[in-house]
Design a protein around this ligand. Structure first.
Ligand SMILES: Nc1ncnc2c1ncn2[C@@H]1O[C@H](COP(=O)(O)OP(=O)(O)OP(=O)(O)O)[C@@H](O)[C@H]1O
Ligand SMILES: [Mg+2]
Length: 349
């Protein structure tokens, strides 16, 4: 289907009244020789303009596939994608690449984990920024250069003139990640995905980059989806948190509500794996027992049940649905939710 016919046939036309992003029962399955990998298995949420959502879960829980599926950046073959992704009211599931190209960069952009694999190693940093600008904004070379300079300054890169002439390998990891952020925000996207943007960096630089993302998000009134395996990272930096396990959201709540009243045993386990400041030095880090589930043959019932200290026969046979939001906007999928206040069991950094 062409971009025009897709837009015409789309049930909804763009609307500034519609929420920025509405994801409904999104599924993304990969066909492999070993079977169907249910990487994203029925995810739904809404994100309003200027708001931040943290997506948290262990390795393999489907966080990156969720982000890529929303953006329409999936392999061309052997993928089944269904459900709905509406961006300002326009359906993007089923849209072809020519329509999606109008969204990439302009409307939504992504900062990846490892800038070295996303930056072109043989192109000067300045050109990598100005190319995107000129392609999307139809501006002169001079104008693009000036904008690139301003962008580098705004992401905290000193001596931006000199940096524009450098190649990625001449920069530190933190600087490269700043460049990636500059490229991602260059065209003023309304939605920024940051997929583990700091895991390749050391701890002090991590905090600087997260602070930078937060400042840019607020200053530009962008919505942001911050993807991480570390609940500590999203604690003070998001409005809402969605906890993912085996391709599904198992708990979702406004950030403060989640930390004061978590209900899912998996969230509890994730939280207790964060080191506490009060722990004596050399305390062993807690890990979550057992292994993440096989997404081709997941366990029956609640997928967390084989690793859950509280699991009963019911948990092992019947999958709990995600509850409707309560008055605090809190949802969880558990037959026997955690009762203890999270404050008593954790020490959030
Ligand atoms: N192209 C693909 N083909 C087959 N399986 C895939 C493909 N891409 C991802 N997967 C599988 O989908 C599941 C979810 O992967 P995903 O990369 O989203 O995890 P993640 O939560 O981002 O993990 P991490 O924290 O390690 O980045 C994994 O089991 C992964 O192996
Ligand atoms: Mg990932």
């Amino acid at each position: 289907m062409s971009a025009e016919s897709f837009a015409e046939s789309s049930a909804t036309t763009p609307s500034s009244d519609a929420p920025l992003l509405v994801v409904n029962n999104l599924k993304t399955y990969f066909k492999t020789d070993r079977g169907l990998v249910r990487a994203v298995d029925g995810v739904s949420f809404t994100l309003e303009r200027g708001r931040t959502l943290g997506v948290v879960g262990e390795s393999g829980s489907g966080k990156t596939v969720l982000a890529r599926s929303i953006m329409g950046l999936l392999p061309k073959r052997d993928v089944e994608r269904s459900g709905s992704v509406k961006f300002e009211g326009v359906e993007l599931v089923g849209a072809d690449n020519s329509l999606m190209a109008q969204y990439w960069g302009d409307q939504m952009a992504m900062v990846f984990q490892d800038p070295m694999t996303s930056l072109n190693p043989v192109m000067r940093v300045g050109k990598q920024i100005t190319e995107g600008l000129r392609q999307h904004l139809d501006i002169s070379k001079d104008h693009a250069n000036q904008t690139a300079l301003a962008l580098l300054s705004s992401v905290g890169i000193p001596e931006p003139e000199r940096r524009l002439r450098q190649y990625p390998h001449e920069m530190s990891g933190g600087m490269r990640q700043r460049v990636m952020i500059a490229i991602a925000i260059a065209c003023g996207p309304k939605l920024l995905f940051a997929d583990e943007p700091t895991t390749a960096l050391d701890v002090t630089v991590q905090a600087q980059i997260l602070d930078l993302l937060q400042t840019q998000q607020r200053d530009r009134y962008m919505a942001m989806i911050l993807v991480t395996h570390d609940l500590g990272v999203v604690a003070g930096r998001t409005d809402e948190i969605a906890v993912m396990y085996a391709g599904k959201i198992v708990e979702k709540a406004p950030t403060k509500v989640l930390f004061s009243n978590l209900r899912h045993p998996y969230t509890e386990a994730l939280l207790s794996s964060i080191p506490k400041i009060s722990d004596p030095s050399h305390t062993r880090l807690k890990t979550i027992g057992g292994r993440p589930p096989n997404l081709i043959n997941p366990p029956t019932g609640c997928k967390f049940s084989p690793r859950c200290a509280y699991a009963t026969d019911k948990c092992r046979t019947e999958e709990p649905p995600l509850s409707a939001p309560d008055s605090d906007g809190h949802q969880f999928s558990c037959w026997f939710p955690v009762e203890l206040s999270a404050k008593q069991t954790s020490g959030v950094r």
